[in-house]
Design a protein around this ligand. Structure first.
Ligand code: SF4
Ligand SMILES: [Zn+2]
Ligand SMILES: [Zn+2]
Length: 338
């Protein structure tokens, strides 16, 4: 991805773009960010005519910058529409404030906004699940519970409102960290499953709403700058359950590298893009459906339906029900998520 698409007027530069080493002024910087997002949307054909895009909005900087960006872009795509969706995990002293930020901005921008909670979808808040896990002596970190539950919750809510795409605010830093974490864990399945194009997501056919990440080439410092320049009121307090140990180590390592060698994170994501493109070409050339991992059955085909809640599952339970089952909180009566 060429991040130098837009030139600055060179009037009062205040930001040095790390890849091109070009300076940008306060007026041209937001245009640079928007041009990068538009380019990603075009390159990966993320949004097409008639799409209903659900945007996962937590009230943090990434999701609100994404919502702001898409509210400018979507009206120019014929028949496309936007809905903000928010999941309340049930984290006392943290989530209430961020939901207020999400509500405030969605209202200000006149975007329909739907909120649901883990309590409604799974019968328990994250706080309750964490307490139970600690009582039971399960050592999984809170994010290990929260991640699969949130992915399921966003998917269910997006499907409920009839969305055809689910946009999430993962930025360049998140993406580079995830790619490196998958490499460090030797998790080739996840590494190759991580497609940015909709056609590269065969799981979409099995009840998953295709996910798009339009901010994938915008770094975290750029998002902070962009939100500040545009006066976006976002929630700044970190989650009480953060930090996540492994991701934090990878984050610190990458931040150090980026500081010493600007453009490192762009390089990792670009490299990953190339690998995915090669794997797509390979799978298109071969007969039959795309295979994500050589010599293994395609994940889309190995998917079944969760016996408890009906969500897509790899085995008897979906990931959310596996989590609830682990802590002894799986109640089939409360697991209907249509
Ligand atoms: S930091 Fe972890 S626990 Fe907190 S909202 Fe994010 S994934 Fe959930
Ligand atoms: Zn300028
Ligand atoms: Zn389930």
């Amino acid at each position: 991805m060429n991040s130098t698409a837009r030139e600055c007027c060179k009037h009062n530069p205040f930001y040095l773009e790390p890849v091109s080493r070009r300076p940008y002024c306060k007026d041209c910087f937001p245009l640079l960010i928007e041009s990068r997002v538009r380019k990603v949307l075009r390159k990966y054909k993320m949004i097409k005519q008639g799409d209903h895009v659900a945007v996962g909005v937590s009230g943090g900087k990434d999701s609100l910058v994404l919502l702001d960006m898409l509210r400018r872009i979507i009206p120019k795509i014929k028949g496309a529409q936007l809905t903000a969706i928010t999941i309340d995990e049930g984290i006392a002293g943290y989530r209430e404030e961020s939901i207020e930020c999400a509500k405030e901005m969605a209202e200000k921008w006149e975007i329909p906004h739907i909120i649901t909670s883990y309590k409604e979808l799974f019968g328990h808040s994250l706080d309750e699940i964490i307490i139970k896990a600690r009582e039971t002596g399960i050592s999984l970190a809170p994010c290990g519970f929260c991640g699969p539950l949130r992915r399921t919750a966003l998917n269910v809510l997006a499907r409920r409102i009839g969305a055809s795409k689910l946009a999430v605010g993962h930025n360049l830093d998140d993406e580079a960290q995830t790619i490196l974490m998958n490499m460090l864990r030797g998790d080739d399945r996840r590494f190759l499953r991580y497609h940015r194009t909709v056609e590269g997501q065969p799981l979409a056919k099995k009840g998953f709403i295709p996910r798009i990440k339009p901010l994938v080439y915008v770094s975290e410092p750029e998002i902070v700058l962009h939100a500040t320049l545009l006066g976006i009121n976002y929630h700044q307090t970190p989650c009480i359950y953060a930090p996540r140990a492994f991701r934090n180590k990878v984050r610190n390592f990458l931040n150090d590298l980026e500081h010493e060698h600007p453009g490192t994170m762009h390089g990792i994501v670009r490299f990953h893009d190339r690998i995915l493109q090669i794997s797509m070409i390979k799978t298109r050339d071969s007969e039959g459906p795309p295979e994500l991992v050589e010599n293994e059955p395609p994940l889309a085909e190995s998917l079944s339906t969760c016996t408890t809640c009906g969500e897509p599952a790899n085995g008897k339970y979906c990931n959310a029900c596996k989590i609830l089952n682990l802590v002894g909180m799986l109640d089939p009566e409360k697991q209907i998520r249509k």
